[in-house]
Design a protein around this ligand. Structure first.
Ligand SMILES: [Zn+2]
Length: 354
């Protein structure tokens, strides 16, 4: 039986080294693999689920200057297997053992109990690793390679017991990371013509983040919310879904229609945003002005592709970003001089909301 692995493309991994030009970590021949290391996440319990798990590890490891997730694979409590370095690349999980060892993190921490599904998925990876290399790999915990608590008391006991796992078949995952759209569909969703989920962009993304903050899920945001859907949006949305009573794949941080409707009170998109928005008057815009129309202008400019002018926001307080984005929009209409002064008039407004 071969295991189902959710590819880097499917869970939305950033390029290696967060650099599209990077060729990534060195490759390692299967013949060099002799050991199989089990890890945990650290001292704290893990509550995130789904794609948020590998993305959080990726963010941490990229911040350490690594090429991406250091483990070869990451296993969730639901039994999902996420690709990190995969079968063929050198890991960054245990000094001195990154070529010889395949490193797998089971995403738990502290005294958290690993699920049957997680153990079975990890065991299936071990069996697959032995099948691929043609030899029985040594079963090890991180602490067998270096002085560390990892993989914690429970997983270490499990490794020492020979990694028993019975009566479980890992769930089917995405095994075809061909760069097509099938992977994208797994962490993004389009509702009413608007895309939500990791990487999605637009004023509607800001609106979701702001609604999540208003509902009490602001602790997930270090910055923002903003117009590009981030891991913080995913985590905040997943927490919101759990608050509605959803669990498992229904609380993966990717909106569904009903959770979105209950968050926003309405479903944004084609059916609602085409309503005419009358020009509120030139006196609403300019230095020192602060009102909802300034926010509306900014969000519309972002939605129309002028988000690059905003380091933060858009927000209600008129800023240089509002002016520069408005000017760029006006110039894009072919206007110049006083017609492209960075302040919206009725013509600008009509074009912007057309
Ligand atoms: Zn470890």
């Amino acid at each position: 039986m071969s295991v189902s692995i959710i590819s880097r493309a499917a869970w939305g991994a950033k390029p290696w080294d967060n650099d599209p030009q990077s060729s990534g970590p060195a490759t390692v021949a299967l013949s060099s693999r002799t050991e199989f290391f089990v890890h945990y996440d650290g001292a704290s319990h893990i509550t995130r689920t789904g794609y948020a798990i590998p993305r959080a590890i990726e963010a941490e490891h990229l911040a350490q200057g690594w090429a991406g997730i250091g483990y070869n694979f990451v296993v969730s409590q639901a039994g999902e297997i996420f690709e990190g370095r995969g079968w063929t690349r050198q890991g960054a999980h245990c000094p001195g053992h990154n070529v010889s060892g395949i490193g797998v993190q089971i995403a738990i921490g502290g005294d958290q109990e690993p699920t049957t599904a997680a153990l079975a998925a990890c065991r299936a990876l071990y069996d697959e690793a032995c099948a691929k290399t043609g030899r029985p790999l040594a079963k090890k915990g991180h602490r067998d390679g270096i002085a560390t608590q990892c993989p914690g008391t429970k997983l270490y006991a499990w490794v020492q017991a020979g990694m028993p796992a019975k009566g479980y078949t890992p769930p089917t995952g995405d095994t075809a990371p061909s760069g097509g759209t099938s992977g994208v569909a797994r962490y993004q969703v389009t509702i009413n013509g608007l895309t939500y989920g990791y990487g999605a962009q637009g004023a509607h993304v800001t609106a979701v983040g702001e609604a999540l903050v208003a509902k009490g899920f602001g602790s997930y945001y270090q910055v923002g919310p903003g117009p590009t859907w981030s891991d913080a949006d995913t985590e905040a949305y997943a927490a919101y879904q759990r608050s509605l009573g959803y669990s498992g794949a229904d609380a993966d941080g990717v909106p569904g229609e009903s959770s979105l409707r209950s968050l926003l009170g309405t479903l944004p998109g084609k059916t609602t945003t085409t309503a005419k928005t009358p020009f509120p008057g030139a006196d609403k815009f300019g230095a020192g002005k602060s009102n909802a129309y300034v926010t509306k202008l900014g969000e519309r400019l972002v939605a129309r592709g002028y988000g690059r002018f905003y380091k933060v926001g858009p927000g209600p307080k008129w800023s240089d970003a509002d002016r520069n984005a408005t000017r760029a929009f006006q110039q894009a209409q072919g206007w110049s001089g006083s017609d492209a002064d960075g302040y919206p008039g009725p013509q600008t407004w009509a074009r912007l909301f057309a």
